[in-house]
Design a protein around this ligand. Structure first.
Ligand SMILES: Cc1cc2nc3c(=O)[nH]c(=O)nc-3n(C[C@H](O)[C@H](O)[C@H](O)COP(=O)(O)O)c2cc1C
Length: 226
């Protein structure tokens, strides 16, 4: 069988890989066990607009978090790195209706400034504060469409000019039901048309001559530069 022979494999939510994130939220009375800060794992999350910056997260009505987010209109998207992966999975198989997931995972809840009720996960490298603008009932899931109103990042991820270097964070992606830590950097936005000088600078050519050679050899023959 030739390598690119195709088979029909049915219709499903197969778009992969996707981000997997830990959404933190809380009710209006954090001292009430049913409203305390909670964490829900979500893979149906995405960026949907640049100006203003907006995201969507799709959550089933049956989730405890659905109630909390519906009540307050707030949540925080906490990005997941390698050291959070197990907690991320745990928060996706246990309900905040039955337990305090911050306590079970040994994670710290910190009040999100600019939001009235939501907390963020201190151990997550990047925390994205969101305010719900609209809810769309799609069928199995309700899609919360939200505007980003603030972001915190671990300081070690910032370079001398204050730019975020997310490649240092050992980020996790979710691919067809499995978690992976991101591996080899292949390029950057526009690298297919970058000059050799820009490519070398951005990819650290001087530090890794063999890797640069390997990447160049992978490029399509018709490529304009290099
Ligand atoms: C990797 C992973 C991804 C998930 N993605 C979603 C999702 O996108 N939407 C959703 O409603 N539930 C999703 N879940 C399931 C919820 O996280 C799970 O039902 C959780 O226990 C609900 O917690 P809660 O009752 O405290 O809100 C996911 C679970 C895992 C492990």
């Amino acid at each position: 069988m030739a390598k690119h022979d195709k088979s029909d494999i049915g219709i499903s939510t197969l778009l992969n890989p996707v981000p997997v994130v830990m959404i933190s939220c809380a009710g209006k009375d954090p001292k009430d066990a049913k409203q305390r800060p909670n964490i829900v794992t979500v893979a149906w999350a995405g960026t949907i607009n640049s100006e203003p910056p907006m995201v969507s997260v799709s959550i089933r009505k049956s989730r405890h978090s659905h109630k909390l987010i519906s009540e307050t209109g707030e949540f925080v998207i906490n990005l997941v790195n390698k050291s959070l992966a197990k907690n991320c999975d745990y928060c996706g198989v246990r309900s905040g209706a039955d337990e305090d997931k911050f306590a079970s995972c040994g994670l710290n809840a910190v009040k999100a400034d600019g939001l009235d009720y939501a907390y963020y996960i201190s151990e997550s490298p990047v925390n994205i504060f969101c305010k719900v603008k609209e809810v769309k009932e799609l069928g199995s899931h309700d899609m919360f469409i939200a505007e980003i109103v603030g972001i915190k990042a671990d300081s070690y991820l910032l370079d001398d000019e204050g730019r975020l270097c997310l490649d240092k964070a050992k980020m996790v992606a979710y691919n067809h039901g499995e978690y992976f830590v991101l591996g080899e950097k292949l390029g950057f936005f526009g690298y297919s048309v970058a000059t050799p000088e820009v490519f070398e600078k951005r990819m650290g050519y001087k530090k890794d001559r063999d890797k640069y050679k390997r990447l160049r050899e992978q490029e399509p023959k018709k490529g304009k530069k290099y």
